[in-house]
Design a protein. Structure first.
Length: 261
């Protein structure tokens, strides 16, 4: 990168830091938002601040953690299903269990979890997703979507990050087929036709011992999975997990030209 490019990047980062300072002042002490924004800034240098471990599950490791356990409660207004002591500190596990149209648990149970690991100071050091979640968010696509957060535009009205996928190295992995996804998740609540796509909708309920008043709807997680009609490939996923909105178009990360969802 040349001098001009470095200077532009420095100016942009400085502008975001100024915005952060102004934001901190306007939030009257809501420091958890500041720490969340600082973590977002770390995404600009993904390999410096993060690493990924993918085996049976998928883990995002935080090399220089900023977020505290209390920040997650303040941001989501939800509490974990399990809170266990570990040698390093604590592990919070969020269980998401599939439910039917009447909000009853499916039998036999279909569920996945997400783990947050904290050190003895209460700082987030790792965020993991179980194997079932990886059926709808394949590991390499999940990693590249996380990398795309760096430099993403913030949509304040919709509270979303809009990533610039053009800056990322494309991957050539095969996308999962509909049959393999359905074999793991079972039948959906609803199937809708959207032109060249079929959209399968599922409901998963967060198993939690406490939800703050007024935030009860956040325990219900509506997941929409998109399949290409011609190829039966999984091409997109969107949902809300413990208050966190996620939307991934896997075609954006493929070598081949893609269409927008």
């Amino acid at each position: 990168m040349g001098y001009v490019g470095m200077k532009i990047k420095t100016i942009k980062r400085f502008a975001r830091i100024i915005a952060l300072v102004l934001l901190a002042g306007s939030l009257s002490g809501c420091m958890y938002w500041v720490r969340a924004y600082q973590t977002y800034l770390q995404m600009d240098e993904f390999d410096r601040y993060f690493s990924v471990v993918s085996a049976d599950d998928f883990t995002l490791q935080f090399k220089k953690p900023i977020l505290y356990s209390k920040d997650f409660v303040l941001l989501s207004r939800l509490y974990a299903s399990e809170d266990n002591l570990t040698q390093e500190g604590r592990r919070w596990r969020y269980w998401f269990r599939k439910i039917d149209a009447n909000n009853h648990l499916i039998a036999p149970e279909i569920s996945f979890y997400s783990d947050l690991n904290f050190n003895k100071e209460g700082l987030l050091t790792a965020w993991s997703f179980s194997s079932l979640f990886l059926k709808i968010a394949p590991p390499k696509f999940l990693e590249v979507s996380l990398r795309s957060i760096g430099g993403a535009k913030i949509d304040k009205e919709k509270q979303q990050l809009r990533a610039n996928t053009e800056l990322l190295t494309k991957i050539s992995d095969q996308l999962p087929k509909k049959a393999s996804v359905i074999a793991q998740l079972g039948e959906p609540l609803e199937i809708t036709d959207e032109g060249d796509m079929e959209v399968y909708m599922y409901h998963f309920l967060l198993d939690t011992h406490h939800i703050e008043k007024g935030y009860e709807d956040r325990a219900l997680n509506e997941i929409k999975i998109r399949f290409d009609k011609k190829t039966d490939e999984l091409i997109g996923m969107s949902g809300r997990f413990a208050g966190l909105k996620v939307s991934i178009d896997y075609r954006n990360f493929l070598n081949a030209p893609s269409k927008e969802l």
